[in-house]
Write a protein that binds this ligand. Sequence first.
Ligand SMILES: [Zn+2]
Length: 380
Amino acid sequence: MFEFRVDASAGAARAGALSTPHGEVPTPAFMPVGTAGTVKTLVMEEVAALGARMVLANTYHLYLRPGHELVRDLGGLHAFMRWDGPLLTDSGGFQVFSLAAIRDVHDDGVDFRSHIDGSVHTFTPESVVEIQRALGADVIMAFDECPPGGCDRATAQAAGERTLAWLARCRARFEELGRDGDVPEQSLFPVLQGNVFDDLRVSHARRTRELGDWSGFGIGGLSVGEAKENMWRTLELLDAELPLDRPRYLMGVGYPDDLLEAIARGCDLFDCVAPTRNARHGTAWTSTEGQVNLKAARFRRDAGPIDPDCDCYACGRYDRAYLRHLVVAGEWLAMRLVSIHNLRFLTRLTEEARRRIGDGSFESWRREWLGRYRNEGSTQ
Ligand SMILES: [Zn+2]
């Protein structure tokens, strides 16, 4: 279980498949984010119909509400949210560092205040593993300290050291609970940190590998405000440091152009709230005009679909004029239809990338696709 098979490659890009107890995930793959156990406004049958094979849920949110023990008692997160496919939970680290009011970060863990009611909680490497064992996702993530983008080297180094120390503790607790026999089959992925400092990235990756034979790697600390070229250089460095036969999950990255750039640099799994968050603001992706905001007056009488190349339900059924009206009127249906489109846009992009890696046309297709997406890019 949790084997990763590489079917084809093109430079650093790989077309592969990750096996999990709930099925196989062809890669590259975009994972829709079901923050609180729901991909906002969609039922899971719709998420599956969009071509998504693996879904992500947030430990931080589910721990606070409704509580991981309740989810476990109700049969685990798969059953609770009616998703039979592969599932990943993050460690909650990113949310604690970005959403909650931090009280204290110390070697044992993080004390924080809930963003919901201000109550005080502590996450430790052990508790985060216990919560994710209770939720029961196929892939669970180690607790890491994600320093803010633009931090100095000393801050990045200290966060990296702490992340490595926490990783050893996560693994120990993970294995301890695994011996109980009463837990689902899961895989623990470490999270690689080091910000944009090359030597820290390399040493963090090497020391992480020394700590265990991991079945996959999370790449954290990117897409937190750094310049894009720093992200690409970091991914190229990591491509040389990570084993070829393990999936690499680039955490929090999911804009279409970033996805293609990262696939070209050896990343396999992605997640991002952008498809559904943008949908709530009427922002949609198109293959010929880049990102557009459907509120724009120029769409008032536009009888075309969001994207003529798209095969999603929204594009097959509705025109831009109607969608613009829904967005401007603040109708819930706008959020739903644009979410369907944006999610399909990304899953279709990864499906095509996979096919192109297989038939040898990935690199030329990628350049052509990015040129089209960017040159005629957003005019809002
Ligand atoms: Zn569409």
